[in-house]
Write a protein that binds this ligand. Structure first.
Ligand SMILES: [Zn+2]
Length: 62
């Protein structure tokens, strides 16, 4: 048994602060993530877990 692949879910569902669209976002992106509908930035890379600009609705996977 190993815990190396467990831990926080790799994907988050984030609600866009501008148009309220919910979309999956990788929790550790290397580039900024834009809303698929309005293009607003919903997550920015920090070198670790993304900084979410909208609302974190729930997590996926795990
Ligand atoms: Zn949007």
């Amino acid at each position: 048994m190993t815990d190396t692949v467990r831990g926080p879910s790799p994907f988050w569902v984030v609600k866009c602060p501008d148009c309220s669209t919910e979309q999956p976002v990788f929790s550790r992106p290397s580039t900024a993530v834009s809303c698929t509908v309005c293009g607003a930035t919903v997550a920015t890379p920090t070198g670790g877990q993304a900084k979410i600009r909208g609302e974190l609705v729930r997590t996926l996977g795990g």
